[in-house]
Design a protein. Structure first.
Length: 184
């Protein structure tokens, strides 16, 4: 509970103590790209990349991880990472294709339509799980949060088209604030 840093604690450490607080080692995108490609050429790294892709890591996440590590180590800046990311992505994709490894690109396709029925089913499952959890913990069950599925909602025809007047009782204005409390 009390393990959070004290405000201003970061100002008490030695400045430029971390590698990302110093100027990067490589300032040119071409040099950074060559540095990454040399690192990725080793057979051990190629095997590691193939293993991560087989385990289900997508190409975008792998590329971002490599580039973030280089930024954290002070090799190059974030700006250079953004510039060289597509080339690194394609290089890793080429390694995966050459190794006959099945992989996911990691880029979402915006052309795909959202499957509303599966989304509704997921929401209904979560609502049902919450009700079951409430039953198990002997809490009051709140069924007011349940909504009818969109497909089954039908509009009822209006029988009476005239608006009805509803009497709302006036509310008493109670004084509010610190000094408005009564004294006993």
């Amino acid at each position: 509970m009390f393990s959070a840093p004290i405000p201003g604690q970061s100002l008490t450490s030695e400045p430029k103590n971390s590698s990302w607080e110093n100027p990067p080692l490589i300032t040119e995108p071409e040099e950074a790209l060559l540095w990454h490609l040399e690192k990725l050429e080793s057979p051990k790294r190629i095997e590691g990349i193939g293993g991560l892709l087989v385990l289900g890591l997508d190409l975008v996440t792998l590329t971002e991880g490599l580039l973030r590590t280089a930024v954290a180590d002070g090799v190059h800046s974030i700006d250079i990472s953004l510039i060289i990311a597509p080339v690194i992505h394609e290089y890793i994709k080429g390694i995966a294709d050459a190794s006959n490894v099945d992989y996911e690109e990691g880029i979402e396709n915006e052309d795909e339509e959202l499957d509303l029925s599966s989304l509704q089913m997921t929401l209904r499952k979560k609502e049902a799980q919450k009700i079951l959890d409430d039953i198990k913990s002997n809490k009051d069950i709140d069924l007011s949060t349940l909504e009818e599925p969109v497909d089954s909602m039908e509009e009822e025809p209006m029988i009476n088209s005239e608006p009805q007047m509803v009497d709302i009782p006036p509310q008493e204005n109670k004084p509010m604030g610190l000094m408005s409390r009564g004294v006993s």
